[in-house]
Design a protein around this ligand. Structure first.
Ligand code: IVH
Length: 695
């Protein structure tokens, strides 16, 4: 047998054993013999690099180092799911589905909701060519070398006839066992541990050295298939096919045909999910038929054909050791409880592990605000109930007053002065939170604003982080975001600081060497290209989150128009209410803020949007509504959408009684057509539509 043939034969054998082991849990060969095959393959590939294949199992051990991950656009956006928390909300969802499908029968697929990070895998001609993180849903990081280390992920599919290009999505995760081991190793090395398996998975998929990713034994459950061609009629069909192609489809899914059975499934897994080797936080419910999924469509953020149900968070008793009052970016003061397990009452606090809750140890939890502390009449030494739900930081939900006595000492009062700068705290009428009004000098407010400014959704300067900002702040180089753009190589080089981790007492040295300084300056320079909406979000105006910033930027187009907008102008913007309007006006009326903005503008940041407003061609379609569906001969959908809007027509998201026209191209779903016919909606071809606006 020649080397090429032997290489191919070895790949086939190893893939087979891998598949049996990781997906069928069958060990057909000893670890030792398996290693011998793998070593022989690696040796041959070394000797005959021309025959080395990109889908070779030797890739799984990693070894490549990626300095910067490429940002790549998703072919299909990666959306998120709406959440429900109780039976009624689920029944409401079912009702919406029933209405949307106009009385057609439908089925649901129930799946577990895994708590990891969503990943997308692209296969070309059956071979894995790309693995990408979700990122912001439109664009993610390409981490192909790292995803290749997932042993259950086929590098080549086990099927002859597959679409030339298709995409697979799934949840990448770190099993509890690997998580515990990793944290033990990290503790031994004296480095910061991961807070939970999801953070660990997220960090590990983004390591530069894929060999280290390989060591961390990540895994992935596959839950969807996407391609331009329609080859499956239902989600069920796709899951079964994917399994037979060698994918590790998510275990435990079930087809049901009504919402009552969905609820039975939810109850069934409530306890059982604790036996799974990874974290789950709920159930995902999806319409089975792809045709019906298309009919129901999407909102801006999530599909209308799917929803998640979140289980109630686990709740446990813990001992309250002390309370810190934290001052945030907007000056709000939040009481944070320091906790320990009942068995740790006398353990020095820096040695405390905390209470075990849904897979991690918790030693801090929020007490919300002064009212809540008052309501609970919180006392030092109290036994409190702590709860963790998903990503949100743990919270205290109550006090076990029966445990009061010997250990409880004193009532804890909310401070009257800012614990950071001493200013007298204030409270706005109708609000529960106390805040520190010293927004121009209170350190955590200043630092918080800069941290917010560099955030991924704002200026996205990832060469700066909490520690570096702390250093820039301490040296008085940076107090406002505008100061960042005055930094120079000379000012930064050589700066140093020891940062002590409050929790562990360990210290870490931050020092600005050449490379660090270059990266910071490069990050700042690149940030000048960030769009206006990001700058607006980055300013940290109260109630102006990323979505509101986007709406304001799209409406006012530039900072000058926004700055001079009146209350009436602002509330005229769709979805902007009085609270936001007031906050925007308050922000721009402060002179220091105006100064910061002027300096940012001078530094070259984007203060206008590029989006061109729709130029009106006519009013011919005024009052008329349209849905565009299918593929067209002369225009793509965006162009048609533009034509409708520039002639004063409106686009609706689905076929309903309100719709006037369905603009129907090729390959559109037959049930949508039928529904439109039933409702008496006029169906237009591309030519007919063009005729309408040429009149
Ligand atoms: S389907 C349109 N199925 O939950 C989104 N997602 O909030 C379709 N997730 O980003 C996603 N388990 O990371 C789907 N069985 C499952 C899932 C699942 C976990 C995650 C996924 C997604 C998030 C949605």
């Amino acid at each position: 047998m020649n080397p090429e043939e032997r290489i191919n034969e070895l790949i086939e054998q190893i893939d087979h054993y891998n598949f049996q082991y990781y997906q069928e849990s069958i060990s057909e060969i000893s670890d030792f013999d398996f290693d011998i095959l793998l070593k022989e393959l690696a040796k041959l590939e070394n000797e005959f690099p021309d025959f080395k294949r990109s889908d070779s199992p030797t890739q799984r051990v990693g070894g490549t180092v990626t300095k910067n991950f490429n940002a790549v656009y998703h072919r299909y956006p990666m959306l998120s799911l709406d959440n429900t928390y109780n039976e009624q909300e689920l029944r409401d969802f079912d009702e919406r589905v029933r209405k949307g499908l106009d009385g057609e029968a439908y089925e649901y697929i129930c799946e577990l909701k895994f708590d990891g990070i969503s990943l997308s895998f692209t296969y070309e001609n059956g071979v894995l060519v790309r693995g990408v993180t979700r990122g912001d849903g439109t664009r993610g990081d390409e981490i192909t070398n790292n995803v290749k280390t997932i042993k259950s992920l086929p590098l080549r599919v086990k099927a002859d006839k597959v679409p030339p290009i298709f995409e697979i999505r799934g949840e990448g995760f770190m099993p509890f066992q690997s998580f515990q081991k990793l944290n033990e190793d990290m503790e031994a090395l004296g480095v910061n541990q991961y807070a939970n398996p999801r953070n660990a998975a997220s960090g590990s998929f983004k390591l530069q050295d894929s060999a280290e990713t390989a060591r961390r034994a990540l895994d992935c459950y596959i839950y969807s298939f996407l391609s331009d061609e329609t080859i499956f009629a239902s989600h069920e069909e796709s899951l079964l096919a994917l399994k037979s192609w060698g994918f590790n489809t998510s275990p435990g899914w079930k087809k049901v045909d009504n919402i009552d059975d969905v609820i039975v499934y939810i109850h069934e897994w409530e306890e059982k999910r604790a036996t799974l080797p990874l974290a789950t936080d709920g159930i995902v419910i999806k319409i089975n038929s792809f045709e019906q999924q298309r009919e129901l469509g999407f909102t801006a953020k999530s599909p209308r054909w799917a929803i998640s149900f979140k289980y109630k968070a686990e709740n446990k008793p813990a001992i309250l050791r002390s309370v810190n009052f934290q001052v945030g970016r907007t000056g709000n003061v939040t009481p944070v409880a320091n906790l320990c397990a009942e068995s740790e009452r006398t353990v020095p606090y820096n040695k405390v592990k905390g209470v075990h809750l849904s897979g991690t140890y918790v030693k801090r939890a929020t007490l919300h605000n002064a009212n809540e502390m008052e309501r609970l009449d919180i006392q030092l030494g109290d036994t409190v109930f702590v709860e963790k739900s998903g990503e949100i930081i743990p919270k205290i939900t109550g006090v076990d007053v029966t445990k009061r006595g010997l250990f409880t000492t004193e009532h804890i009062a909310f401070p009257t002065n800012c614990p950071e700068c001493g200013s007298l705290l204030a409270r706005n009428e109708g609000e529960v939170a106390y805040y520190c009004p010293n927004d121009s000098a209170c350190p955590p407010q200043l630092k918080g604003r800069i941290e917010h400014f560099i955030h991924r959704k704002a200026m996205n300067i990832d060469s700066l982080g909490e520690g570096k900002i702390e250093l820039l702040f301490d040296t008085q180089l940076v107090r406002t975001p505008a100061d960042l753009y005055d930094l120079t190589y000379e000012k930064l080089l050589g700066l140093e600081k020891n940062i002590v981790n409050e929790e562990t007492g360990k210290s870490k040295k931050i020092s600005f060497r050449e490379k660090t300084v270059e990266n910071i300056l490069k990050g700042l320079e690149l940030s000048k290209a960030a769009p206006f909406k990001n700058v607006l979000f980055g300013l940290g105006i109260r109630f102006v989150g990323a979505t509101v910033a986007e709406k304001l930027a799209a409406y006012f187009k530039n900072i000058t128009a926004l700055r001079s907008a009146t209350y009436e102008d602002l509330v005229n913007v769709p979805e902007i209410g009085g609270r936001i309007a007031q906050s925007v006006i308050a922000y721009f009326s402060v002179q220091e803020n105006q100064l910061v903005m002027e300096r940012l503008e001078k530094a070259g940041l984007q203060m206008t949007t590029d989006d061109k407003p729709v130029e009106m061609e006519s009013n011919l379609l005024e009052g008329k509504t349209f849905v565009i569906s299918g593929v067209f001969a002369n225009f793509d959908r965006d162009e048609l959408k533009h034509k409708i809007e520039s002639n004063a027509g409106r686009i609706l998201s689905g076929v309903s009684g309100k719709l006037n026209f369905l603009l129907a191209g090729d390959n559109m779903g037959p049930s949508k057509l039928e529904k439109a016919r039933k409702l008496g909606v006029t169906i237009l071809s591309e030519e007919e539509f063009l005729g309408m606006i040429e009149k």
